[in-house]
Design a protein around this ligand. Structure first.
Ligand code: CTP
Length: 402
């Protein structure tokens, strides 16, 4: 459909970039990138009309469009304008492949493969920059020397792809990364972009490996000069990975803001002032910065208390329930004793579901006035239930009466 629609409009269209790379690697990808030689926005609109049940978002300045399907599929449509070079006299106009120029602007050779969707040569693979060779050789390689200087976020993308696919950054490309560090190419990067790439790495399944690799390449200091790879840092990141795997297995989903658990672990060596510098460099929103500052302080207190001696379930509940999930998981990762880890896992697994059987209505029926007292009574009942002191509603009634 895409190729036919393009042909009718007089355009050429190619599937490019990450989607082609993932096709070869048999890695699932719900984000398809198209490059159109012609008018990308026009093709996107025509496609939407033909396919139906899709939302279109166009970006006029960049001549791009996004088709968003209900099942999660996203098609990004970009324009590579045809470039005509008039030759002198009556010679024919030369048409330069703008597809090739579009691909040359990209980050790594493995992301420069294209597949023609045009009816005339549908399925033809275009490999201008040896992308197939590097996919087979499992190498991450840039296309030209200035790639990282033009866009330093690519350094983090290189590490992310390397770890995700178990590839290796090429020798020359690694040299260019070291050079980017030497000339401090990162100082021009906005906090937003720096954070976005960090978040992308922390959302990877191999987030810990990504951080380890950043450490090896001395790239952690881009975030904060005091961040360095150490046995201690590796240990806490490994521990977070185990906790995240446990969480995923137990609840079949990830906690909200999974990146934050890794982020807290990464910032483990930093004191409060240094953590604030890190958050400022990453341009985190003021609200998030405040939250991190407050919760991190509380987290350390809770951790100390949890590790001092084994506590009753209601005490554990008391300590943990005011913290958000990311901080609870961070505590679980940081706890040294197995029983302290277990206490947090039991909290996350069972305790959050426990509720008193008595309701506010029951209490009103017993003659209590609604208000803060209700909350206090129900909290006491909950504590007794968590500690196994009451099991039935009658037990709870008896407790309240006493
Ligand atoms: N790209 C680039 N430089 C960047 C970001 C992106 O050259 N700093 C190019 C890449 O070639 C990439 C394409 O833009 O193939 C689309 O970017 P994106 O969707 O971020 O990358 P994917 O390769 O699809 O990666 P992911 O699987 O993480 O989505």
């Amino acid at each position: 459909t895409v190729g036919l629609t393009a042909q009718e409009a007089g355009y050429k269209v190619y599937l490019v970039g990450g989607s082609v790379r993932d096709l070869f690697l048999r890695s699932p990808n719900l984000d398809l990138d198209l490059v159109v030689e012609g008018n990308g926005m026009d093709l996107a609109k025509k496609l939407a009309r033909r396919l139906g049940k899709v939302r279109v978002r166009t970006h006029k300045k960049f001549q791009t469009a996004k088709l968003i399907f209900d099942d999660g599929l996203i098609i990004d449509v970009a324009t590579a304008r045809m470039e005509y070079y008039k030759s002198p006299a009556a010679l024919p106009v030369i048409e330069l492949s703008s597809l090739k120029m579009d691909l040359y602007r990209r980050d790594f050779t493995i992301n420069t493969l294209a597949v023609s969707l045009n009816p005339k040569d549908f399925g033809l693979i275009l490999d201008f920059f040896d992308g197939l060779r590097d996919l087979k050789g499992k190498v991450i390689r840039v296309l030209h020397n200035l790639s990282f200087v033009e866009d330093p976020t690519r350094v983090f993308r290189a590490v992310r792809f390397e770890q995700r696919f178990n590839f290796r950054i090429g020798k020359f490309t690694e040299g260019l990364i070291k050079n980017a560090l030497k000339i401090d190419a990162f100082k021009l990067l906005t906090g937003d972009r720096l954070f976005h790439e960090l978040e992308n790495m922390l959302l990877e399944e191999k987030a810990t490996d990504c951080m380890r690799r950043l450490g090896e390449l001395n790239l952690l200091e881009v975030y904060h000069p005091k961040l360095k790879l150490s046995d201690k840092l590796e240990a806490i990141l490994d521990s977070v990975e185990q906790v995240m795997a446990w969480y995923k297995l137990s609840f079949l989903t990830l906690p909200t803001r999974p990146w934050l658990v890794y982020f807290l672990a990464l910032a483990d060596p930093l004191d409060e002032a240094e953590m604030e510098q890190l958050c400022a460099r990453l341009a985190l929103a003021p609200r998030l910065r405040r939250e991190i500052k407050e919760m991190r302080a509380q987290t350390l207190k809770v951790l100390n208390r949890l590790q001092r001696n084994q506590l009753s379930p209601s005490k554990v509940y008391d300590l943990l329930h005011k913290l958000k999930p990311a901080y609870q998981l961070y505590i679980m990762a940081k706890a040294r004793q197995e029983w302290a880890k277990k206490a947090v896992s039991r909290y996350l697994g069972n305790m959050t579901k426990v509720k008193p059987l008595l309701t506010g209505d029951d209490l009103a029926g017993m003659g209590f006035d609604p208000g803060p007292l209700f909350k206090e009574i129900l909290e006491r009942v909950l504590a007794a239930r968590l500690d196994g002191e009451v099991t039935t509603k009658e037990d709870e009634l008896a407790l309240v009466k006493s």
